[in-house]
Design a protein around this ligand. Sequence first.
Ligand code: PLP
Length: 339
Amino acid sequence: MKRVYLDWNATAPLRPEARAAMLAAMDCLGNPSSVHAEGRAAKAIIERARGQVAEAVGASGADIVFTSSATEAAALALAGQGFASTELEHGCVAVWTSRTPADPAKTAQQLANNETGEIYEVPEGTGFCDAVQAFGKIPYGFAWSGVERAMISAHKFGGPKGAGALILKQGVDVVAALRGGGQEMGRRSGTENVIGIAGMGAAAQAAAKDLENGLWQIVEQNRNVFEERLLNEVPELIIFGSGVARLPNTSYFAVPGWKAETQVMQMDLAGFAVSAGSACSSGKVKASRVLKAMGYDEITAGSAIRVSIGPSTTAAELESFADAWLKEYKRFKARRKGK
Ligand code: PLP
């Protein structure tokens, strides 16, 4: 059975450009901090990737700090800095921020939510912006956004897992947590992940190109056709974020009472990878914290599944997912009636 992958917000497939850049970097012997030719070659890979990332995120005049993940970038920017945010932020931001309102310079605001795909206003002067889900799916320019700090994560746009970046407006600094070797201008010590960084640079460049080529408009059309079909056949369906600005690739919906965990397992057995909101390291499915913060009850928040797609997802794949899901829905309805 050919598997169909519909979980791009958890992680996106590796781009061929990223794979090629990483394979080339694997053969690079030197330590980027060494002064000899081998070391300089490794350093050159990092600096090329830095340029690619800077250009792709429109970060002229900004500093890019490579990290092991967006989670690390969030910790580097936010830990102990007195930032505030709402409960809608990803856990890696929420954990370092309070829920008390603060002025924009001390506010963390995501550009798009990983579960609902909702896109938010990020006012100029905002202290921290989580652009992890937005970058590569909608136009994003760090410079024109006017924020002071932002972060992205390679594996969300076709780079490798375990590579992220913090983008800092010129003049804005961080308090280094990892200290010692002084890499990344003293902001993040530790020998750099040359392979991951090379992959991230290539993926960022390719992602920016895809966006210019209009690939995500087709993604959005496919998503909308898919949602229309589900809504036609399931009038009780709730589609989260459907009335507001939303990422083109995300569809997050619930039939209250039909547990997300059950649906995810049923769909997995039928050959489809989807998720119940955000991916959790324990692999356990809990009622969505985001939906609860949006005011939904426990049952609805525990029944939401997320289908997230990308440019290589075909309309036929979405159709076959809808067929399989609707088949299970009919069974669920019959069970519910029988109770
Ligand atoms: N922020 C958002 C909105 C995310 O969706 C994720 C990943 O799920 C992260 C941050 C964390 O990224 P990473 O996997 O690089 O730690």
